[in-house]
Design a protein around this ligand. Structure first.
Ligand code: PLP
Length: 364
């Protein structure tokens, strides 16, 4: 537990405590609500009596619907599948099932925070692959991080916090390296529905030894409902299922039934994808003159370099001006960038852009 350091984000929330009506570009969830028909399905599932434990692996109807989705979108028929309490629940189970004392977990940096903490918590060692300044995967960097103790390579595309979405060529390169070392790849694809220009390629379509994770938090704004899934090698899913039986027990039953309706309405997300692509353009074009910035191709984050000072210095000054953003070192071993979530109204984004541009030139 001592290795889990949450002081970076705590500092920000301490500073932010007294903010009144902040321009909030820190939130890691969609700014739209759960679709009406999914809400109705949840209420109906309660009234229909789906209020008990489900089977640990999740209801068969949802397995069937997810398998159909994975076949259609990725061309895969995974050996095993488990419905989890969000992708977070799946990550906990996977790390506990896989990582032993001294095992190394290769993680491209910047990264979603849970990977590092779970690697440490399970006695493993996170091995970071620095991907600055453009956040792309490079073969030499990836290979340099692999040792005989490597247990797992974690990929997250589209990525939180950079918004980078790996191309097919990048994933094929990573698959090639993984194959050479017989590595398991954990592919966190929770933002798959928010891939913009180049479309979306799944690691699971390319490399069979992939543990794929997906969920409903971002696609359907169901963050509080705790629903996700893990799909991949049968033996690993069996161990994760065993562990779920003695930990989470099952994913929330109501969310599982409502998840069926969510999957029936998956095309409804197209509209949001277009809106978020437009927000991505708005924020990128608004900041590119004053910031060193990588144009994201997915998710709803952008990760500019601070024009002066460390990430915490820059964020502290932003908070003084009523703008809430997150220091990059929460997601990285470097302290040179900051994360913006553009899952916000266009008005909020425009106010944020103005404040950031003023802040950028304030010390030049
Ligand atoms: N993986 C990534 C990359 C995320 O950004 C998040 C949430 O922010 C999660 C997993 C957790 O998702 P869930 O709500 O399904 O647990």
């Amino acid at each position: 537990m001592k290795l889990i350091d949450s002081s970076g984000i705590r500092k920000v929330f301490d500073l932010a405590r007294n903010m009144k009506d902040p321009v909030n570009l820190s939130i890691g969830q969609p700014d739209f609500d759960v679709p009406e028909e999914v809400k109705k399905a949840a209420v109906e599932s309660i009234l229909a009596g789906h209020n008990r434990y489900t089977v640990t692996q999740g209801i068969p109807e949802l397995h069937k619907a997810l398998r159909e989705l994975l076949k259609a979108t990725r061309g895969i028929e995974p050996e095993g599948m488990l419905i989890t309490s969000g992708v977070s629940g799946g990550l906990v189970l996977a790390f506990l099932a896989l990582v032993e004392q001294g095992d190394e977990v290769v993680i491209p940096d910047p990264y979603f925070v849970m990977y590092k903490h779970l690697a440490n918590l399970t006695g493993g060692t996170p091995k970071f692959v620095d991907t600055y300044p453009d956040f792309r995967l490079r073969r030499e960097a990836l290979e340099a991080a692999i040792t005989p103790r490597t247990k797992l390579l974690v990929l997250n595309s589209p990525c939180n916090p950079t918004g980078v979405t790996y191309s097919r060529a990048e994933l094929e390169m990573a698959a090639d390296v993984a194959r050479e070392h017989d590595l398991l790849v954990l592919s966190d694809e929770i933002y798959d529905c928010f891939a913009y220009d180049g479309g979306y390629t799944s690691m699971a379509s390319i490399y069979p030894k992939t543990l794929l994770m997906g969920g409903f938090s971002k696609s359907h704004a169901m963050t509080g409902w705790r629903l996700g899934y893990a799909a991949g090698p049968g033996a690993l899913i069996a161990e994760m299922t065993k562990l779920q039986q003695f930990s989470f027990v099952c994913a929330p039953s109501i969310a599982q039934y409502a998840g069926l309706t969510a999957l029936e309405n998956i095309d409804g997300i197209n509209e949001y994808r277009e809106q978020y692509a437009a927000k991505r353009d708005l924020i990128y074009n608004g900041l590119k003159d004053n910031f060193e910035i990588q144009k994201p191709d997915g998710a709803f984050y952008i990760f500019p370099k601070t024009p002066w000072g460390t990430d915490h210095e820059f964020v502290a000054e932003a908070i003084k001006r009523n703008l809430l953003i997150i220091p990059g070192s929460v997601f990285s071993e470097r302290n040179s960038n900051f994360r913006i979530s553009y899952a916000a109204s266009d008005d909020t984004l425009k106010r944020g852009i103005d404040l950031l541009n003023q802040l950028a030139v304030s010390r030049s």
